[in-house]
Design a binder for this molecule. Structure first.
Ligand SMILES: [Zn+2]
Length: 420
């Protein structure tokens, strides 16, 4: 273990204490965005920000922001953070280690008497998960001026609107109006997060440096054939929409696996069959496609191949089809200079973390549109997340937080912040 400067014991205590709020079972948490539990978690984290030497406040979008003042308060800030809301059946590490690790990084610098060249802000973004109102990254999109028109009218499953939930939380959406994000206000954003996948564990590496967040392509495909009696229509005369769909699903799997070693992933996770009866040839099948890659050219080439597979299968089985594009986002790459800083500091710790892509999105995804960003991943047991069984070891979290601390320190001291 390399020499550690952060206070691993304090960090572990914070992770433990936060996990007691909204605790489910032995190891899980449920802190839905803007709920009472979320509020209690935010209050506790706010008290730790203040203990660490920051001024803390909650902005109109219900983001918790801690500010550690630097020598040039007008310079672009270094922002660190993640989220403390959780899935309804969530784990204690997702998001939490990014916020608590950032507080620990700042507190360590404060205790060492570091004077940062710019302000450092630690943010616990509101509603990253999106499970309550079915749309995530709310706080970070609010802060960066990227909310959509109907956001406040979205309801949770009890009919509570986001507007009502914000008011209940103590934030007034009327304050959004006077708020505009200042372009250039943030110099860089760093996020520490559990990997939520099995790659680091398979490489036997405690931490990794993220190369970028892959952009998902989401399609909904609907194949239409002709219903008929399953006992009487000869095989050669059928227009079976489910058989055609099955061939497309298998083809997608083969396409994304073709090039060994690349991180491309493709998934069909939802399928509906009409009329869904055992003795009727399926007439209509609709299914979703989720295709992700860090390399947009490769993803586009695979999409083109998949579309020709769909066309060929439709011809072969006498089907018609429609394809709806639900989401199409580009991969967002981490800044080279931040990755270089992370590699340098990891090297000084005697480590050589691998680079890996992030399949899931994070608050960093939204931040990537307003500033340079970098991410550190911490290994998690069997890649399990969004599940009370989620686990990352204290040793691995300590290494990730130490790297966050050292890199933040390098930026605000050695690099001298973001004055050009
Ligand atoms: Zn998360």
């Amino acid at each position: 273990m390399p020499p550690i400067q952060i206070n691993a014991e304090r960090l572990g205590q914070h992770i433990h204490d936060l996990a007691q709020i909204g605790k489910i079972g032995e190891t899980g948490v449920c802190r839905l965005a803007l709920s009472k539990e979320d509020r209690a978690g935010v209050e506790l984290v706010k008290s730790w920000m203040e203990e660490a030497g920051m001024e803390a406040y909650i902005d109109p979008f219900a983001n918790l922001v801690g500010v550690w003042r630097g020598s040039d308060p007008g310079a672009p800030v270094l922002m660190l953070g993640s989220h403390v809301d959780s899935q309804p059946y969530g784990g204690r590490f997702d998001g939490a280690i990014g916020v608590l690790g950032a507080i620990e990084a700042v507190q360590t610098m404060v205790e060492q008497g570091v004077i940062p060249a710019c302000n450092v802000e630690v943010v616990a973004f509101c509603d990253e998960e999106g499970s309550r109102f079915n749309k995530g990254l709310f706080g970070v999109r609010g802060m960066t001026g990227k909310l959509e028109a109907d956001e406040l009218e979205r309801t949770d499953k009890n009919g509570v609107t986001r507007r009502e939930a914000l008011l209940e939380f103590g934030c007034d959406p009327a304050d959004f109006e006077g708020y505009t994000f200042q372009e250039g206000r943030v110099g860089a954003f760093l996020e520490l997060h559990i990997e939520q996948g099995p790659v680091l564990e398979s490489l036997d590496e405690p931490i990794g440096i993220v190369s970028g967040i892959s952009g998902p392509l989401w399609l909904t495909v609907e194949m239409t054939g002709f219903a008929g009696h399953a006992g009487s229509v000869p095989m050669s005369m059928r227009h079976d929409a489910l058989l055609g769909s099955a061939k497309i699903i298998v083809a997608l799997n083969e396409l994304v696996r073709r090039e060994p070693g690349v991180p491309t992933v493709g998934t069909v996770g939802s399928l509906t069959v009409f009329p869904d009866s055992r003795n009727i040839i399926p007439e209509k099948v609709s299914f979703t496609i989720d295709l992700r890659d860090i390399d947009i050219c490769r993803r586009n080439a695979l999409e083109a191949e998949l579309l020709s597979v769909i066309e060929n299968v439709a011809c072969e089985h006498g089907l018609t089809y429609t394809i709806r594009e639900d989401t199409n986002s580009d991969p967002r790459y981490c800044a080279n200079w931040i990755k270089a800083a992370l590699h340098k500091e990891a090297g000084l710790m005697g480590m050589k973390p691998p680079e890996l892509m992030s399949g899931p999105f994070h608050d960093s995804l939204t931040m990537s549109y307003v500033c340079d960003y970098g991410m550190i991943f911490v290994r998690c047991l069997e890649g399990i997340s969004h599940n009370p069984k989620e686990y990352a070891s204290p040793e691995d979290i300590t290494l990730g937080t130490e790297l966050l601390y050292r890199t933040a320190r390098q930026i605000v001291v050695e690099k001298g912040g973001f004055r050009t």
